[in-house]
Design a protein around this ligand. Structure first.
Ligand SMILES: C[S@@+](CC[C@H](N)C(=O)[O-])C[C@H]1O[C@@H](n2cnc3c(N)ncnc32)[C@H](O)[C@@H]1O
Length: 255
């Protein structure tokens, strides 16, 4: 009997099942330039990674195929990635080998990471723990793992998306408020074919959590699609994402 929370087990099943669909994008991102989220916003616009990460010990929380860690290693970091899915880690391991890169990979839950306090200088999650783990558990855990002054950067979908999507269908965000904003936390979705659990919070709750845990906000970005169009990327059209923020990035510093 596992002592993992029910949603971690549900999400593990989801990611083990779908890991094959992320191999190609993982391969592309391992060699591509640093760019963020579903609209590929260039790093030059967001400045989420220090240019020189020499001597920095980093952890990627929900590393998937590991390309964000690869970008940090290229900048000089000594990187660890943790992920809940063995299948995703299999791709990350293969790509690290093919690229001759030293990347320590751990199978586990980013809410309870097997490292001592203050082991890392920099923690990051792009759509990993950022959306699939409970913020009231993983944000304090990231704080514990960081040294004072250490940074936590994470990117995921914007709360607006959660408000305007029907969680029982695989449809993009709409122009209707379909779910309550206040009280937003755990979202169990089931589109008939597949199910998973994601998390998000009202912006004021995110900020209260950061302050309670001991993080200062360095920057907050609401990402906008760089073009218009009816093309759907994952959970929103380009038109929608050009008018409203489909993704958010929090850049935090441990006090
Ligand atoms: C969209 S991927 C993000 C990783 C990477 N940026 C990518 O796109 O390949 C989401 C990853 O989060 C992982 N994940 C979900 N819940 C997790 C948890 N509680 N702890 C660690 N990893 C988790 C999944 O297994 C999956 O590999």
């Amino acid at each position: 009997m596992s002592d993992l929370p029910d949603y971690v087990l549900t999400n593990r099943e989801h990611w083990d099942k779908w890991a094959h669909a992320w191999v190609e994008s993982g391969e592309r991102n391992w060699t591509g330039p640093v760019s963020w989220g579903m609209w590929g916003i260039p790093e030059e616009e967001l400045h989420l990674l220090p240019n020189d990460m020499t001597g920095m010990r980093t952890i990627e929380l929900g590393c998937g195929t590991g390309y964000v860690s690869a970008w940090m290693i290229r900048r000089g970091a000594d990187a660890v990635g943790i992920d809940n899915s063995e299948q995703q880690l299999a791709t990350a391991r293969r790509l690290a080998d093919e690229h001759g890169v030293q990347l320590e990979l751990i199978h586990g839950n980013a809410e309870t990471v097997p490292f001592p306090d203050e082991s890392f200088d920099f923690a990051i999650s792009e759509y990993g723990a950022a959306i699939w783990a409970d913020p009231y558990v993983w944000i304090p855990e990231a704080h514990r793992l960081l040294r004072p002054g250490g940074r936590l950067v994470f990117l995921g979908n914007h709360p607006f998306v959660m408000l305007t999507q029907d969680w029982s269908a695989d449809d993009p965000a709409t122009l209707q408020l379909m779910n309550p904003y206040f009280g937003m936390h755990r979202i169990d979705w089931d589109d008939g074919d597949d199910r998973g659990t994601e998390f998000n919070l009202p912006i004021s709750d995110w900020m209260r959590l950061f302050d309670d845990v001991g993080f200062d906000v360095v920057a907050y970005h609401e990402l906008q699609a760089p073009h218009r169009g009816s093309e759907v990327r994952f959970f929103a059209t380009a038109d929608w994402s050009n008018d409203y923020p489909s993704e958010q990035v929090w850049n935090l510093r441990k006090r």
